[in-house]
Write a protein that binds this ligand. Structure first.
Ligand code: ASN
Ligand code: ZN
Length: 333
C-alpha cells in the first residue's frame, strides 16, 4: 500500500488555512511530519498523561477553524511546530531542537480548562491546554515557538530555570517566539514583540508580555537591578526581552507591522536598532556558544558582546548597539 509524505490542509484557529505536512499510509492520514524529523501531533482528549492518540483520519483536511472540531487544535499545534522547525533551520541552520534532525511531538487538549502550555524535556514533547473562559486554546504560533525554544535552551546553554539564568531562559523563549511569529509572516497573526496576544488570557485583548516595555504587564521588570533573581522567571525575563527589543528596533516610539511600541531606556540615552535578524543571530550565538547553565545578566552581556564581535567585529555598529542596549536596561556600563 502507498506510504509517504503528503501536503494536507489545516483549517487552523489562529493562522487560517495552511498547508500541513502529514503522512499517508494506505487510506489513513496522520499528523506525522516526515519533512521535519517525524514530528507527531497527538490528541490527549482531556487526559493528562501518556500521549493520547495520534491524530489519524481518512482524509487530509484537518480542523474547521474553531474549537468545535477537536482536530483544529491539532492543526494549529502541528503548524506551529513546523514553523518553529523551519525558523530554526533557515535562520540558524539548526535542524530540530537537538540539532540532530529528530522531531519532537505535540499533545493538545490537555486536561480540562487548562490555561497554559509547556515543554517537557523528559518526554521531549510540547503540551497545550484548551484555555478557559476568555482564554482561548494555547495553540498560537508564538506559544508554540516559546515552548519549543525551551527545548533548544535545554540542548544548548541549559540555563537553570531559576534566578537570573531563569529569566534569561524565559526571555530566550519569548525572543525566539517573536522570531517564529515574524518568520511565519501570516496575515492572521502578524509578527510582533508581544507574547500570547492571540490567547486573550486577560479577557481584554492584552498580551501576556510586552518586549518594548515589559512593565506594561504590571509585573515584569523593565531593567536589571540587584535582587531581580528573586522574582518569577516570567518577570525577571523583562530586562532581556527589553534588551532584545532595543537592539532590534531602537529606543523610542515605533510602529512595526501595525503595532505601536514605545521603548524607554534606563539611562535615558538613545539606542539605534540593528534590525531583528542581526539581533537574533547575536542572541542565538551567545545561547549556543557562550552561555552556560549559570549565566546571569552580566554574563549575558559579555556573551552577546563576544558573539557580536565574532559576527560583526568589535568596532562595528552592531557591537556598539549591543553595548548601548544593555546599558539601556541597566546592565554593565
Ligand atoms: N508556559 C510556561 C512557560 O513556558 C510554563 C512554565 O511555567 N514553565 O514558561
Ligand atoms: Zn516559558
Amino acid at each position: 500500500e502507498y506510504q509517504g509524505i503528503r501536503n494536507g490542509v489545516g483549517n487552523t484557529q489562529y493562522s487560517g488555512q495552511v498547508t500541513l505536512t502529514t503522512t499517508q499510509s494506505g487510506s489513513t492520514y496522520t499528523l506525522t511530519d516526515g519533512a521535519r524529523g517525524g514530528h507527531k501531533t497527538y490528541n490527549l482528549n482531556h487526559g493528562t498523561s501518556g500521549t493520547g492518540t495520534l491524530y489519524s483520519q481518512s482524509g487530509d483536511t484537518w480542523g474547521n477553524g474553531s474549537n468545535s472540531d477537536a482536530a483544529t487544535a491539532g492543526a494549529d499545534a502541528h503548524y506551529g511546530a513546523a514553523l518553529t522547525w523551519d525558523f530554526y533551520k533557515s535562520t540558524f541552520g539548526r535542524t530540530g531542537i537537538k540539532n540532530n534532525g529528530v522531531g519532537a511531538y505535540s499533545r493538545v487538549h490537555y486536561g480540562n480548562s487548562y490555561v497554559n502550555a509547556f515543554w517537557n524535556d523528559s518526554c521531549f514533547c510540547m503540551t497545550y491546554g484548551d484555555g478557559s473562559g476568555n482564554a482561548k486554546p494555547l495553540t498560537s504560533i508564538d506559544v508554540a515557538g516559546h515552548e519549543m525554544s525551551h527545548g533548544v535552551t535545554s540542548a544548548t546553554a541549559n540555563l537553570t530555570y531559576s534566578g537570573e539564568s531563569g529569566g534569561l531562559n524565559e526571555a530566550t523563549s519569548d525572543i525566539m517566539a517573536a522570531g517564529v511569529e515574524f518568520y511565519a509572516n501570516n496575515a492572521k497573526d502578524v509578527g510582533d514583540y508581544l507574547v500570547g496576544e492571540k490567547i486573550d488570557i486577560n479577557g481584554n485583548g492584552t498580551p501576556l508580555r510586552y518586549m518594548d516595555k515589559p512593565s506594561k504587564d504590571g509585573a515584569s521588570k523593565d531593567n536589571w537591578y540587584s535582587g531581580i533573581g528573586g522574582v518569577d522567571v516570567h518577570y525577571s525575563s523583562g530586562p532581556a526581552n527589553h534588551f532584545f527589543y532595543l537592539l532590534s528596533e531602537g529606543s523610542g516610539a515605533k510602529v512595526v507591522n501595525g503595532v505601536s511600541y514605545n521603548s524607554p531606556t534606563a539611562d535615558n540615552l538613545p539606542v539605534t536598532g540593528i534590525g531583528r535578524d542581526k539581533a537574533l543571530q547575536i542572541w542565538y550565538r551567545a545561547l549556543s556558544t557562550k552561555w552556560t547553565s549559570t549565566t546571569n545578566y552580566a554574563g549575558a552581556r559579555t556573551g552577546t558582546l563576544a558573539a557580536a564581535g565574532e559576527l560583526y567585529g568589535t568596532t562595528s555598529a552592531e557591537y556598539k548597539a549591543v553595548q548601548d542596549a544593555w546599558a539601556g536596561v541597566g546592565v554593565g556600563s
